[in-house]
Design a protein around this ligand. Structure first.
Ligand code: SF4
Length: 347
């Protein structure tokens, strides 16, 4: 994938031609993602052009990724009580939010992995609400992976355990973790309005270490945290320059007790424009619907997003909010005639 210049403010501006005509040539035909300025032009398209934008994003996804949809399940091994202050997160121990600190036991982990695999999912992500892993957490992840394998489960294991040191990255590689999730969350220029206990650069560094160690990188964020449309475009281009294998795209689901509890939900049309624009910024990535889609898009918008650039979904419950049932999602994929990506093709 080519490097996207996030500082370029002139390339591909609408003056050089209609942005969708430019994107058709640059992204669909050549596979080069949109710059920040180009992403901004897409986000600013009038509502009357939404269908055209979604159709182009779908063409790009089919051309560069194919029709398969990656299905993934997640389990939280340690919930709540996190020392960080990410303002959107009900798992922070700094807010009066209802999620209390809790660990799950190894049997539950094995059962969750088995149920995930039985849906046809190829990815099972082990998540912990921490700043970064300590010895206890790494040991329990190691034991958990061994127990999942002993259960005869061949699902790909992903982890999301916060910021990592180089030695911890090496240890996860050695355990056989094939993908690591660490989100940049939002544009660099907006980050200090969202988190004050660590920096965007610290997050970037963990992402870089993961990628350089040869693990697949899953890195995305949340839209609707008070950022401007310019910052949304900046974020798309920043992610594009990191070249993640997978991008989970969340829309803020304002959680009671968090500093973002009263932020408005992103309107459905704006969310769909964002999905399509992120696809055009990253033609080859696995673009995944993550939390917040139910309240932003509803059922109809969910399938519209699948036809507007999305090619991965999480089945079942999310970390702190209730998602849709696996059956609903799998039936939707069936209806859209999108096959579930098989395990062998991800190896
Ligand atoms: S987003 Fe992660 S690091 Fe931030 S408070 Fe929530 S669990 Fe902690």
């Amino acid at each position: 994938m080519t490097h996207t210049d996030t500082t370029d403010t002139t390339a591909g501006l609408p003056e050089q031609g209609d942005i969708l005509a430019v994107a058709r040539r640059q992204v669909l035909e050549e596979g080069r993602g949109l710059s920040a300025a180009q992403a901004l032009a897409c986000l600013r398209l009038p509502d009357e052009r939404l269908d055209e934008l979604l159709a182009l994003a779908h063409e790009v996804r089919m051309a560069w990724c194919g029709p398969e949809v990656e299905v993934e399940g997640i389990v939280s091994v340690k919930t709540g009580g996190c020392p960080e202050d990410c303002h959107f997160c009900s798992q922070s121990g700094q807010f009066a939010s209802p999620v209390r600190a809790a660990w799950i036991d190894p049997d539950e982990l094995v059962r969750a992995a088995r149920e995930t695999r039985e849906t046809g999912a190829t990815e099972f992500c082990i998540v912990a609400a921490v700043r970064g892993p300590d010895r206890r957490l790494l040991d329990s992840v190691r034991a958990g992976i061994a127990a999942i394998r002993a259960d005869g489960n061949d699902v790909n294991i992903a982890c999301s355990l916060g910021m990592l040191t180089p030695a911890q990255v090496d240890e996860l590689v050695e355990m056989g973790v094939h993908r690591y999730n660490h989100n940049l969350e939002t544009a660099r220029s907006h980050f200090d309005r969202v988190v004050t206990t660590h920096t965007w650069e610290e997050r970037w560094e963990t992402c870089r270490l993961v990628r350089d160690a040869g693990m697949e990188l899953c890195c995305g964020g949340i839209v609707g945290m008070g950022e401007t449309v310019e910052q949304r475009a900046e974020f798309a281009a920043e992610l594009g320059s990191l070249e993640p294998d997978e991008v989970p795209l969340n829309f803020l689901n304002p959680r009671p007790g968090t500093p973002f509890a009263d932020l408005p939900v992103v309107p459905a049309r704006e969310a769909l424009k964002t999905i399509a624009t992120f696809r055009l910024a990253m033609p080859r990535t696995i673009l995944r619907y993550a939390g917040g889609r139910e309240i932003t898009l509803g059922d109809l918008g969910t399938s519209q997003g699948m036809l507007g650039g999305i090619n991965a979904v999480i089945v079942g419950n999310y970390l702190t909010t209730l998602g849709r049932s696996p059956e609903t999602d799998l039936a939707m994929l069936d209806e859209l005639q999108m096959p579930i990506k098989a395990l062998s093709s991800t190896l």
